[in-house]
Design a protein. Sequence first.
Length: 206
Amino acid sequence: MSQVASPTGLRPVKLIGSQSNSGAIREIKLSTNNAAAIFNGDVIQLTSAGNPQALSATPTTSTAGIVGVCVGVRYTSPDLKQPMFAQSLPAGAIAAGYTEVYIRIADDPDLLFAVQGSAAFGTLPNGAHGAIGKNAALGNFSAGNAATGNSGVNLVVGTNGASLAATGTLAVRIVDVVSGTETHPYPELIVKINQGVHSYNASTGV
């Protein structure tokens, strides 16, 4: 997977600090149209009316309403007229007749996520280990795969790690590199949504 550019968004793996992880999720109802499709692995933002939407650009500490990452959806199908669970939701679902639409969200602010990097570490000092502890942006938004239902979001690494930084406003903190992918063209990283980016530990609401 990390030998080719095949990002699948953010995938929850465990809680930081060996905390117990029950795998619990939160379901948030979508009551107005979603402007863009929502894919498994997308970062989810609440509107001021409390409606979940897929984020279209990397979040920062000034982005309000980030509540976690989509891990699937459920709805009543306009065709089959019965409850369905799915990886993704098409754009304009409410107008298309979808009802009882809920976005299923991994929302614990202490969750760690696996995500594919956009480039190799190259000559980054200390290689893969030089990425740990740095902050990074997320990229490749609005690039989900309708066939698999997976997000296209990745981690912005930059040439030789040039996009990794100490900048406090960036979306995520890199806490580890997935073993075996350190020298791959598209390494996989373990990240945590930064303090102040996740709505649950930011003082500003939506």
